[in-house]
Design a protein. Sequence first.
Length: 240
Amino acid sequence: MLDQHRLTAHTRDMSGSDARTLPCPNCRNQMQSQTLQRHDHGVVEVDLCFACAGFWFDHGVSVQLAPAAVIDLFKEIYAHRNDARQPTASQLNCPRCHGALVLSYDLSKTGRFSYFACHRGDGRFTPFFQFLREKQFIRSLTPAEIEGVRAQVRQVTCSACGAPIDLEHETECKYCHAPVSFLDPGAVEKALRMWSDAAGRGGLGAAAPAPAPGANDASSAGSTPDLVAQGIHAIGRLID
């Protein structure tokens, strides 16, 4: 069960009574706070660092996000998809207790995802890519899908760390070990429908499908496609 006392202590209301901004665990610059809907009632506050492409969630907040909140964060990822990125530091520190964050793993229906957790339980720092995996927007490619991509390109960009993945010899990144992944259009469509229903908007319709895992935009000479980034771009244009 969630630690309700800790969740209450870190939940901030719409009035801005807790206007503190937190330093990013990675770059230490001030993060941007965003008030989002909670799935049962009320709101929660999430802190974002676009330079480091990550979210800070106070304890339990990630699982408390309403569907509309998940889509709002997806839209932020899309809006800042071309921002310059800071490399991940060798040590990340909790913005609340200032202790070292620990690389941790959990499972969703689409596979394993990772984040940097406070050992005291104050919260966690989740990279954008891992958030999309946690919320089941992203899944790993099947062997058949990887063969389809190989028929078009020899190399793709790791969506987690940006390193090249040689598809002739590898099915995961040799640096961060993230598997070759893509944005799952079925998961995006489901989330968009949930968001539309929650917001009382009946006119959104079905989501336009994200690019199939074949890298349609990869035909230009010298390009190294990022399959997740292509999916974010396609779906982002629909909800922008």
